[in-house]
Design a protein around this ligand. Sequence first.
Ligand code: CO
Ligand code: CO
Ligand code: CO
Length: 317
Amino acid sequence: MGCLNIPQNENVLAGVKDDAGVYKLREDLAIVETVDMIAAIVDEPYSFGMIAAANGISDIYAMGGKPVTAMNIVGFPSESMEISVLGKILHGALDKLNEAGVTLMGGHSVRNDEVKFGLSVTGTIHPNHIITKGGAQVGDKLIVTKPIGTGILTTALKAEMLPSQVTERLIVQMARLNDKACQAMLEIGVHACTDVTGFALIGHAGEIAENSGTSIEINSKLVPVIPEAMQFAHMGLIPEGMYANWEYRNAIVQADGIDEDTMSVLYDPQTSGGLLMCVAPEKCSALLERLHNLGVSEAVEIGRVVETAACSQIIVL
Ligand code: CO
Ligand code: CO
Ligand code: CO
């Protein structure tokens, strides 16, 4: 969005630099809005609908908002594909919206050569309780709530190399809402948050670092990775987006002595990834405990926020 001249408005409390836009309606109420659309990453349409919906709502949770309403956005090849496929996608999405307590208000579809599906989601948030990417403080601990590696595994799935039990686990993870992770961070209090999606763990950590004027240290040995992802990365089943992420972020990353497969996973674009939070060190164990109690069992501490020199860096240990 670099060259776009976006009009200033004092009621816009968060915008293009954050996961979702926040617009103040009253002193005690703001709306939080986001839109997301993805290509079919799994064959089974019902599961794809669930995943796309969880992915679409996620930006609201990343801001600490409460999602309220949604609209479907659909691209569908109506002359070459059975319309019942679309019905199943919409069904999966609707079930996920119901789980999140979000009301579907309508939607819009266009003819497209490839199946695409997503949501625009509107939520509510208190103007004083917005969690952005810009609040991280030196000394904060970094927590991530879902394992990474979904881009590599969906690439293996497309190549028909993924065992069916692994596919099932992958679908369950990507369809999981970030609602409980959001609840825990609101209860305990965090300084910054974003969700881990297309720009990979490194890219999204980079956004927090840059928006906060800090650097971030990631301990690669602590990062939760879906076990099979490393093995498929080693076999070269790497999504296009990984190379783009690597090229885009390489200049701010220091990763001396880290092997290539590990870096491939850290640069792997995620669909419906977890939340990445920066929390004061004295609250870290309380936050992890609350996450685990709410069933976000894979949440783990992976690094810390450190001082920056000339520009923000991601230091991989
Ligand atoms: Co996001
Ligand atoms: Co998004
Ligand atoms: Co319309």
